[in-house]
Design a binder for this molecule. Structure first.
Ligand SMILES: NC(=O)C1=CN([C@@H]2O[C@H](COP(=O)(O)OP(=O)(O)OC[C@H]3O[C@@H](n4cnc5c(N)ncnc54)[C@H](OP(=O)(O)O)[C@@H]3O)[C@@H](O)[C@H]2O)C=CC1
Ligand SMILES: CC(C)=CCC[C@@H](C)[C@H]1CC=C2C3=C(CC[C@@]21C)[C@@]1(C)CC[C@H](O)C(C)(C)[C@@H]1CC3
Length: 417
């Protein structure tokens, strides 16, 4: 049952928008997977061909996918170097989370390295991307249904503010329960980073190995894309605790949007540049490669510095690294930063992330639009996310938020947006 009197305004275009997204997201992903391996590799053309069911359904892919999930669950359950506390919940309690995501990345790397040493054909993974994406999509639908049913028996205090409209399609998409758990195993926290992000860099690596097998050595462009994205994933897992303050964990329920996004969309579409490069090798000279390294480094620096400044401030406003920054008091007792990174634009971390997204696409040359899909999608995602966050901050901070917007008028790009 939805809690009485706490109906949140509908997002994502309501039930119709949610239904459309549930069809469009998987369809787009399959289109990208097929287009990347086709000769013309056109983003805006109809799919080059429709795969037959035999090309999609493979018991081997199913086994591999569940082995992967099982392995990551096992790594999650290993003793953690630290247990972190999440944000305060409606009932004033706080959940505890293991911080061992980076350990899971290292253990996966060791296991895969060992496998390759004893003859595991890692490059062959690239031939299984289509059936793997198919079983992962089916899993995401079934998993979301189980989450929806589980939420039916959850107490009202465990429900998310957004996904409880009473419309089953909308609630299935957005997610009804905020932190679904069995015992201390937290499904949303587990899915947010590990299986999807680690699979993303593993797919990238398989594409690099396959390129080496096909052409004698990996191209410079492939090295760059692998290196840049490994840095991003390694950083996310190293700073795993910071995910506990993102809106995905604190605000959104766990439904199809995040289950599909985390487990399927991230590994199979975020690896698009490496997929494109395997089938469409691109020349890249050293001076250009150096310029792209610099661009990625600038983006990463802004992204990391902005995120760390806010996290440090939220943990302890008197920390010497942030104590001198100017702030605005709010009625909640919390303060808002108005100098430093958060005084330049209201989302400096998004700016850094977007600069990196550009640096990941440029190694693929400018002859095709396809490798720029991530940049286009990500811009749309962040603009929409920024608007959602703005709404939530306005509700939380009221007049203080208006004052912040007056003092820091640009959202993501200084003097532009
Ligand atoms: N690669 C990908 O696909 C994606 C990456 N990301 C990345 O994830 C990271 C996290 O993003 P996201 O969760 O959207 O949001 P943010 O990390 O930007 O957090 C927004 C929250 O920060 C707090 N805040 C806002 N302004 C201030 C201020 N001036 N001073 C202090 N606190 C402030 C508010 O929460 P409160 O006041 O309650 O602390 C607000 O709700 C970003 O770097 C983003 O680029 C995000 C989505 C997808
Ligand atoms: C419409 C649609 C495709 C929805 C799904 C969106 C998800 C793919 C993203 C929502 C927020 C995300 C975050 C990351 C990955 C993408 C999703 C799941 C993230 C884990 C990437 C690495 C970053 O360092 C991060 C930890 C800050 C980030 C958190 C948000």
């Amino acid at each position: 049952m939805a809690p009485q009197g706490s109906r949140a305004p509908l997002e994502f275009g309501g039930p119709l928008g949610a239904a459309a997204l549930m069809l469009l997201l998987p369809a787009t992903m399959f289109h990208l997977l097929l287009a990347a391996r086709s000769g013309p590799a056109r983003l805006l053309d109809l799919p080059p061909y429709l795969p037959r069911l035999e090309a999609l359904w493979s018991p081997r892919a199913l086994l591999l996918w569940f082995t992967w999930l099982g392995l990551q669950v096992a790594f999650y359950l290993l003793p953690a170097r630290k247990m972190a506390e999440g944000q305060e919940l409606k009932d004033k309690s706080r959940l505890r989370y293991p911080i061992n995501g980076f350990q899971a990345l290292v253990l996966t790397a060791l296991l895969v390295g060992l496998g390759v040493l004893v003859g595991l054909p890692l490059g062959a993974l690239t031939e299984m991307l289509l059936p793997l994406a198919f079983v992962a999509t089916l899993t995401a639908f079934v998993f979301s249904l189980l989450l929806y049913l589980k939420a039916l028996i959850a107490p009202a205090s465990a429900l998310a503010p957004g996904g409880n409209s009473g419309n089953p399609i909308y609630d299935f998409f957005l997610g009804r329960e905020l932190n679904p758990r069995i015992g201390s195993f937290d499904f949303k926290y587990f899915c947010e980073l590990r299986p999807g992000l680690i699979a993303w860099v593993l797919i990238n690596l398989a594409l690099l190995v396959q390129e080496a097998e096909l052409r004698g050595s990996p191209s410079l462009a492939m090295w760059l894309v692998n290196g840049f994205q490994l840095l991003y994933v390694g950083d996310a897992l190293w700073h795993e605790e910071a995910v506990l303050t993102t809106m995905d964990i604190t605000h959104d329920g766990f439904g199809f949007m995040l289950a599909f996004g985390d487990l399927v969309w991230v590994p199979f579409t975020y690896s698009l540049q490496a997929q494109f490069l395997l089938y469409h090798p691109q020349p890249l000279e050293l001076p250009m490669a150096s310029a792209l390294c610099l661009m990625n480094a600038v983006g990463f620096y802004i992204f990391r510095a902005a995120n760390s400044q806010k996290n440090t401030f939220r943990k302890n406003p008197s920390d010497p690294r942030v104590a001198d920054l100017e702030t605005i008091p709010t009625a909640t007792g919390r303060q808002l930063l108005v100098s430093g990174w958060w005084g330049m634009v209201r989302h400096p971390n998004y700016l850094g992330d977007l600069i990196m997204a550009l640096a990941w696409s440029l190694p693929c040359g400018v002859s095709h639009l396809l490798p720029y899909f991530y940049l286009l999608y990500f811009t749309a995602l962040l603009v929409h996310r920024e608007a959602r966050d703005e709404q939530q901050c306005l509700q939380k901070y009221g007049l203080a938020w208006h004052e912040y917007c007056r003092r820091v008028p640009y959202r993501i790009v200084p003097y532009v947006y």
